[in-house]
Design a protein around this ligand. Structure first.
Ligand code: G4F
Length: 337
């Protein structure tokens, strides 16, 4: 029988890759989108345009329990991937309250509605390596204690605990992926990788002259979103629900990302990168590097992209997009990060 999956956050980077992955496996794929997105679909549906006619989209809001209840009560979903969130860490320092509201209550509403109407539906929660924050051990694994450093990280810890609690209290099939940073050509321009690759492309094409960044020494374990959505799906296919770290096991500084991205177009990053205090965070996560051996062992998951391929694909894609759009599609000064 055809499986039905619901994806919250389907218009985002991960949502779009996951939707493609599930469609290719014969799923009927549904997505939750905000009404404003439906009204502005040409701009907001950029990542799902090519599969739009294969999807069923429902207008609902994570802030409204009745709207979620309405969609879930009318569709017998087998799997639910809860990816929607305010996911930009810098923004969570500017507006911690709305980050908390969307990320914590939104997750709670989803779990509560499923428990009420579809307790048999399998649930995936998008946990984050930001939960490790000021890391207690290197590398980080499932047993590493959390020490979040931002309202975003705190909200993800709450979502993670809610997900575990619904699993333990109500016997629901609820899993969390503790995903380390994952990127790709569909990444939003505000995140550091895409800010770098889109500006590298702009500099190469003579449309920009510098790249202003914050902390160049922060270290991240950067993988590719297309690899990471495979892990989400695998988690919901197991006999028992559980939580898994998903990471490459390699860490690089923001500086190294810059160096490699500029190298792709034959330029030296030191001539263009300017450190700008405005992009520093009130509390930084200095180093993230994950140990995904449980996922490798139990899910049979392994990343296919390495760091160099990830950076090269992003730079190549930004060069193409920028050339095609005549300069319209690129990072435009983000107020906080
Ligand atoms: O790209 P970022 O904004 O990602 P961050 O904060 O690591 O969070 C991402 O990964 C998490 C998983 O660990 C997700 F949960 C979360 O939703 C998001 O996807 O920043 C990466 C690093 C930070 O240390 C930041 O301080 O880059 C540093 N950085 C330096 N200059 C900058 C900049 N980040 C941004 N966004 N902009 C800068 O100009």
């Amino acid at each position: 029988m055809t499986k039905k999956a619901l994806i919250t956050g389907i218009t985002g980077q991960d949502g779009s890759y996951l939707a493609e992955h599930l469609l290719a496996r014969g799923y009927e794929v549904h997505g939750l989108v905000r009404r404003v997105a439906l009204e502005d679909s040409s701009r907001r549906f950029g990542r799902i345009n090519s599969i739009r006619d294969q999807l069923t989209l429902h207008a609902a809001s994570l802030e409204s329990y009745p709207s979620l209840f309405h969609v879930i009560s009318r569709n017998p979903f087998d799997e639910c991937y809860h990816l929607a969130a305010q996911s930009f860490v810098a923004e969570s320092f500017s507006d911690g309250f709305s980050t908390m509201n969307t990320n914590i209550n939104g997750t709670h509403y989803m779990l509560a509605a499923l428990r009420e109407i579809r307790p048999e539906c399998r649930f995936y929660f998008a946990g984050s390596s930001e939960m490790f924050g000021r890391v207690r051990e290197i590398p980080q694994r499932e047993s590493t204690p959390f020490y979040p450093r931002s309202p975003y990280g705190i909200s993800k810890c709450a979502g993670f605990e809610l997900t575990r609690n619904y699993r333990e209290a109500y016997g629901m099939f609820c899993c969390s992926g503790i995903l380390f940073n994952h990127e790709g050509p569909r990444r939003g321009f505000e995140f550091v990788t895409r800010k770098i690759t889109s500006t590298v492309a702009a500099i190469k094409l003579g449309m920009a002259s510098e790249l202003r960044l914050g902390n160049l020494d922060a270290k991240r374990d950067w993988g590719h979103s297309a690899d990471y959505v495979r892990a989400m799906h695998l988690m919901l296919q197991q006999d028992e629900p559980d939580d898994y770290v998903i990471a490459t096991g390699e860490t690089h500084t923001v500086r190294e990302f810059c160096e490699m991205a500029f190298e792709q177009v034959g330029l030296d990053y030191r001539r263009y990168v300017v450190v700008d205090e405005r992009f520093y965070r009130p509390a930084e996560v200095e180093i993230l590097v994950g140990d995904a051996s449980k996922a490798r062992r139990e899910l049979g998951w392994a990343p296919q992209y390495d760091f160099r391929e990830l950076v090269a694909e992003m730079v190549r894609s930004d060069l193409e997009q920028l050339t095609r759009s005549g300069g319209a599609l690129r990072y435009a000064a983000w107020p906080v990060g």
